[in-house]
Design a protein around this ligand. Structure first.
Ligand code: SAH
Length: 232
């Protein structure tokens, strides 16, 4: 799949998308992420993309022209399944949305900045508005990075072990069970006589019993921490 990110701060996103799973997914040819500098699309000779809002509200707004020019140029190249605007008042981003978007061919994610963008772009060009939570960020760059990361990691083949992505919290409405790695007996620095042990069952090699234990623990943690996930 291909994700095009439109931003006034490409330098904030570019290093992030080269790293870790996003970087590897691109090297494997499973995802393509392109970052576009909105200032390359303005007709303003000083490369300005913002102006004062009508009506005297405080703050600055990104203007229609550069956004329209960038979106139009991208749409001339290929069909986009979604043109997403990152917005604190949008639909709340979650795992089902990440799964759904990972099945798309091409999407655009637009990062707002300052006070936001001219509302006419939202009315005419945007197909979906997405918030990553009920708080206000300085710009949409972190939201776009969060979305790209969680979308790309569920593309089949991106995480070596498919089971691993599918067993993460939220994928089945259950939080993850407790997980441990070596050593099986750990002696903490503050008290080397003490032992922090891994539950015996995980060392037993008994696959069916381990699965049962993991399910029970996942259920127990979900009931305690996120009972809302179990409602339906
Ligand atoms: N005036 C706007 C907030 C602007 S914040 C309002 O009251 O709704 C500047 C930009 O940061 C926004 O245009 C949006 O692109 C991004 N942003 C801020 N908080 C966000 C959030 N919770 N989720 C997604 N994007 C967010």
């Amino acid at each position: 799949m291909r994700i095009d990110i439109i931003t006034v701060l490409p330098e904030m996103i570019e290093p992030f998308i080269q790293e870790s799973i996003l970087g590897r997914a691109q090297k494997k040819g499973l995802a393509e992420i392109h970052v576009h500098n909105l200032r390359d699309y303005t007709t303003d000779k000083h490369r300005r993309v913002d102006d004062y809002p009508f009506g005297g509200a405080a703050g600055m707004l990104i203007q229609c022209q550069p956004l329209d020019a960038c979106i139009t140029a991208l749409k001339a190249e290929r069909h986009y399944d979604e043109i997403i605007f990152t917005a604190p008042d949008g639909e709340k981003f979650d795992q089902p949305m990440a799964n759904e978007l990972s099945l798309q061919e091409n999407i655009i994610i637009i990062c707002g900045h300052y006070k936001g963008i001219d509302y006419r772009i939202r009315e005419h060009l945007i197909t979906r508005e997405v918030s990553i939570g009920d708080y206000v960020l300085t710009g949409g760059e972190l939201a776009a990075a969060v979305m790209a990361d969680s979308i790309v990691r569920v593309i089949p083949g991106v995480i070596g072990d498919v089971e691993s992505a599918l067993s993460d919290s939220f994928q089945d409405n259950l939080l993850e069970p407790p997980v441990y790695t070596r050593p099986a007996a750990y002696h903490p620095i503050s008290n080397p006589n003490e032992t922090w042990a891994v539950p015996d069952i995980l060392l037993s090699g008994h696959e069916a019993k381990i699965k049962e234990w993991e399910y029970e623990k996942a259920l127990e943690r979900t009931k305690a921490l996120r009972p809302d996930l179990l409602k339906d």
